[in-house]
Each structure stands twice: as C-alpha cells, then as structure tokens.
Ligand binder design. Structure first.
Ligand SMILES: *[C@@H]1O[C@H](CO)[C@@H](O)[C@H](O)[C@H]1NC(C)=O
Ligand SMILES: *[C@@H]1O[C@H](CO)[C@@H](O)[C@H](O)[C@H]1NC(C)=O
Length: 442
C-alpha cells in the first residue's frame, strides 16, 4: 500500500469558480473561458499538456485538473467502476473525483491493441483466486468460483456435503450412495426402468422359461408348476412322475397301474371295470354265453370265472331221482346206514370273506309229529372253517367261521338227522354242498 500511495499523484489544479453573467470573467486554473458562451470550460490537460504523465503513468482528465495513475493501479476498483463489487469486495471508499472520461478499462477488462476494453479471462490467465477445490468460471468482467457437481461451497471450500439420496427413497429398491451421487439398482428378478430409479419385474417365464413344465411368474421371481400327476423335484424346476399307486392301496379295487402323469386301475380276467374306474365287476360268462362247457355240462358262474359242472352221477346203491338228487331206496339193504337222499348244491364265496358269515341255510321240508332234527357237518370241515348253527326246530345255518382264501373248492356234506321217538325212527339226508372260493375277494 505504501507503494501505491507513493506513485499516486493527484493534481487538483482548479475548482470551478466561474459565475455566469459577466463578459470578462476570470476562470480558475484548469478552466478556459469560452467566449461564445461566456462560461468556464474544463481543460483537457491530458491532451493539451505534452507528457502530462510520464513513464507507466496514465493521464486521466478530471474536471478542473487531471490525474496521473499507474497503469496497473487497483485504485480503480471503485464502486463506480467495478460492476462486480458483489463478487469482490470494493476497496475502501475513494475520495477521489470520478473520472468522467476514463481512458482505462473497468476492472476485469483490459485494453487491447485497438484501445478496446476486452474481458480478462481470469481463469485462463491464472489470476483468479479460486482455491484448488474449486473450478474457475470466467464471466464478463470477472469470474466466479464454483464447485463441481456433488460438492457444495462452504466457507470458501468445496466440500463433499454428501446428501444421502438413498435416505429419501429416491430409488425404488436398492440404492448405492456414493459421494456426491447415488445409483439405483434392483433386486434379483427386477430390471431398472429407464427412469433410473424404479424397478420392473422380470417375467422369467417368457424370458427364458426355466421350468420343465409350467412356469408361473411372480413379483420378483417365478414358480414352476407341474402337470397333474407330476410333482416338483427339489431343484424346483423339474417334474417327476408321481406314483399315485403308492399313495393308497384303496385307489383300485384290484390293481393300480402307474403311468407318466396318471394311473389307472385294472381288473383281472373275468371282470369288467365299473364306471367308477376303480371297481371290478364279475362277468357272468354263463349269461353272456362266453364259456366252453360241453352241452352235457352246466355252466355255473362264479366270481371271476365260471365252472362247468358235470351232470350229477348217483353212485350205487343210490339212484337218481332228479338232476341233483340221489336216493338210496330203503328196501335196499345196502342203504341201511346211508343217508336217505343226497342233494347236490353249488355255491360260490368270495375269497377272504369276512367272518363269521352265514353262507347257507337248510331246512326240513316236512315236519313229522314227534320228530326233531339235528343238523351237522358230516364231512369236509377238516379245517374247521365252518360251523352249523341251529336256528329253529327244523332249520339251521351254515356259518363260515374262518376266512377262506381262494381259489379253492370245498365240498361239505351237511347232514340233517331226523329223530322220531314216537315211531322209533332215525334217518338222515345230506346236502352235498360244493363251495367255489374265488381267487379275488370281489
Ligand atoms: C372313468 O374313465 C373315463 C375314461 O377315462 C372317464 O371319461 C370317466 O370320467 C371316468 N369316470 C370316473 C368316475 O372317474
Ligand atoms: C370270453 O372269455 C374269454 C376268456 O375266458 C375272454 O378273453 C373274452 O374276451 C370273452 N369274450 C367276451 C365277448 O366277453
């Protein structure tokens, strides 16, 4: 400052004392009388005085005087000359008179060769005072110091005042905050929309269909589903055939057949499938006449098949009295200890039939006065599967007491003994019951 003061030379040579009205007025120094108007006019000393200022000094005409000012003197940063005083504080207020015709450029400008004031690029000329964290932006007549994006000017320094954009929920899903910025990303199964912040579900099913069978898109993921009869494997995408037959043994009455994606029931020969697709029904081959019995034989339908029954042959001393009955004539001495009649009967029973079970009834056809009847199993019950239960004076029921498994044919001689104490008579008749136990319990 000392230097500035020393080189600043101010010449105030005159003040205007001219008073209008009188022709022969004197003008103070620095003014000349204009005879036409009779007024004192300022003298432009810079033009009229050769070398009014010397060396590096610049002559600046003033009203009634002139100034010699160093070419580079910053005193010209006066409020009047510097429109950028809001950018840089003005120097202390100057008492110096205002230059009416400055031959200098305003602050921030410089004279080019053609005496034109042009803007100084303080940024390019490195004459700015922006600190290293800032970037210099040249403006007309000045410059500004600014911060790069994401930095905030605080007390003259560009600081990372990181705003956590993530905190404000700008990103729909994932947000990665980085100093001065952020980036949105999406969870797996989503893609970032063009807006850079919202996420959109990826339809994996249409994109790559990872499922072996059916794909169901879900929000953010997908599910594989299998066709009926298949189950999802642990990998979540493959489907394997379910063995429905292993679920329950009651799926089919006879046999369950698993096949890819489903199952079906089958019936053994001699049966047809019912409409429920699981139960088997016996075919009556005798009715449908699908049998191979001879003409002499009789077709007897049983569960799952049929029997060809030979005609009854009565063995000596029995004589045949009709198709299924033989009689031993009482007059024949060989018939003395033999049943009077043998009646042939056939029946079928399902294998494994639940017990106890009444399967056959017999009854005396005639009731003689004074007679009573005893019913018993005469033969064929070696396995003790049957029991004769008397149900009345002249009737009894054959009860199956143990389950019988087929296929099997059992022949039982069921005897009815007639005892008449009045006439001292004891006689018997037999029902030769052939029981065809089927192979299957249906
Ligand atoms: C049985 O199977 C047939 C043919 O597969 C089907 O049309 C029908 O609906 C089935 N019936 C039942 C009771 O499932
Ligand atoms: C007749 O029975 C045989 C087996 O005994 C069977 O294969 C055939 O399908 C049956 N025919 C009809 C028309 O039921």
């Amino acid at each position: 400052m000392q230097e500035v003061k020393r080189t600043l030379t101010i010449f105030i040579l005159a003040a205007c004392l001219a008073r209008p009205g009188k022709a022969q007025q004197q003008c103070t120094n620095g003014f000349d009388l204009d005879r036409a108007s009779g007024q004192c006019l300022d003298i432009d000393e810079c033009r009229t005085i050769p070398e009014a200022c010397r060396g590096d000094m610049v002559c600046v005409n003033q009203n009634g005087g002139y100034l010699c000012i160093p070419r580079t003197n910053p005193v010209y940063r006066s409020p009047y000359l510097n429109p950028y005083s809001n950018v840089y504080p003005p120097p202390p207020a100057s008492n110096y008179p205002t230059a009416t015709r400055p031959l200098m450029c305003r602050f921030g400008y410089q004279m080019d060769e053609s005496n034109q004031c042009v803007d100084i690029d303080e940024c390019a000329s490195e004459s700015h005072q922006c600190n290293p964290t800032q970037i210099c932006i040249n403006t007309e007549g000045g410059y500004t110091c600014s911060c790069t994006e994401g930095y905030w000017l605080l007390e003259g320094q560009c600081l990372v005042l990181d705003i956590d954009e993530c905190r404000y929920g700008y990103c729909q899903q994932l947000c990665a905050n980085v100093p001065g910025s952020y980036s949105c990303t999406c969870n797996p199964g989503f893609t970032l929309n063009d807006d850079g912040r919202s996420c959109q579900d990826v339809n994996e099913c249409t994109a790559q269909n990872p499922c072996v069978q059916n794909c169901v898109n879900t929000y953010g993921s997908f599910l594989c589903r299998c066709d009926p009869g298949y189950e999802l494997e642990t990998d979540g995408i493959s489907c394997s055939d379910m063995d429905e037959c292993s679920f329950s043994e009651f799926l089919c009455q006879h046999q369950c057949v698993n096949e890819p994606g489903s199952y079906y029931c089958s019936c053994p020969p001699g049966y047809i499938m019912l409409d429920d697709n699981r139960s088997c029904q016996d075919i009556n081959e005798c009715e449908t006449r699908n049998f191979t019995c001879t003409t002499q034989q009789t077709c007897f339908n049983i569960q799952g098949g049929y029997k060809c029954l030979d005609p009854v042959k009565c063995e000596d001393p029995y004589i045949q009295i009709n198709d299924n009955r033989c009689m031993c004539p009482t007059e024949n001495p060989g018939c003395r200890d033999q049943p009077f009649t043998i009646l042939y009967r056939d029946m079928d029973v399902a294998s494994g039939r639940s017990v106890p079970s009444d399967i056959f009834q017999m009854q005396a056809t005639t009731r003689y006065p004074g007679a009573y009847y005893i019913f018993q199993i005469k033969s064929g019950n070696e396995g003790r599967e049957f029991y004769m239960r008397q149900t009345g004076p002249i009737s009894a029921t054959l009860v199956m007491t143990r389950p019988v498994k087929g296929p099997r044919t059992i022949q039982l001689d069921l005897e009815m003994i007639t005892v008449n104490t009045v006439v001292n008579f004891r006689g018997s008749s037999v029902i030769r019951l052939r029981i065809y136990v089927s192979q299957y319990p249906f």
